[in-house]
Design a protein around this ligand. Structure first.
Ligand code: GAR
Length: 226
């Protein structure tokens, strides 16, 4: 049985694309009921349309409050029949009412190893800081920004020569692998939140892939197909 999801985007939608691809490959058991963008020119909308997905543009500046904007999104998501909400480069902070509308059913991907580098444009912040490692995090969304219980992280090296662009691309390659995997675990009902921690039932061992371009360390590990 496929998990009905809504995917929220603001930009390029490459994470949306990785989700679409894994669904089409029948590795990810989810069904995208609607793609919502707060930006009318987000390229992710074009990607969604190419796959005949329902798209909606809900522009935040057309609402007088965050609450009204979020309520409009909740209405569309519920009416579309989605049960889980996947934030894929969605650059707005959600209100408590939105989060309470989908308890423990909202996931986010963040391009850093949380709790380091919360916020926006963090790939450049990490590169400029001179970190030796960075990566990406998929986590449940709670009422604080970039704060909820962590499902999976991938770590990649950062080099002295990196800028936000080069480090960001190295991280993004792994976002595209860990996000569909985390959604599949949610779809299979294998995630259990215990306080700040997330137990993954039959959790795969740490996954290490060492090639010259992108050695990475993923925990929990990826399953076949991801
Ligand atoms: C991704 O790197 C995602 O992790 C990041 O925005 C990018 C969206 O790319 N999200 C955040 O920074 C959230 N705070 P995409 O539109 O190509 O998926």
């Amino acid at each position: 049985m496929a998990l009905p999801i809504a995917v929220l985007i603001s930009g390029s939608g490459s994470n949306l694309q990785s989700i679409i691809d894994k669904i089409e490959q029948k590795v990810l058991h989810a069904e995208i009921k609607v793609v919502i963008s707060n930006k009318p020119d987000a390229y992710g909308l074009t990607r969604a349309k190419k796959h005949n997905l329902r798209t909606e543009v809900i522009e935040h500046q057309n609402f007088s409050s965050r609450e009204d904007f979020d309520q409009a999104m909740v209405r569309v998501i519920k009416e579309a029949g989605a049960e889980a909400v996947i934030l894929a480069g969605f650059m707005r902070i959600l209100t408590p009412a939105f989060i309470q509308a989908f308890p423990n059913k909202i996931l986010n991907i963040h391009p850093a190893i949380l709790p380091s580098f919360p916020g926006v444009r963090v790939q450049a912040q990490a590169a400029d800081y001179g970190v030796r490692f960075s990566g990406c995090t998929v986590h449940f969304v709670d009422e604080k920004m970039d704060n909820g219980p962590i499902i999976i992280q991938a770590v990649v090296p950062a080099y002295v020569s990196d800028d936000g662009q080069s480090l960001g691309q190295r991280i993004l390659n792994w976002e595209h692998r860990i996000y569909p995997q985390a959604i599949e675990w949610l779809a299979q009902g294998r995630l259990k939140i215990v306080g700040r921690k997330v137990e993954v039932r039959d959790c795969p061992p740490v996954f290490v892939q060492a090639d010259e371009t992108a050695p990475a360390f993923v925990n929990p590990g990826l399953e076949p197909g991801f």
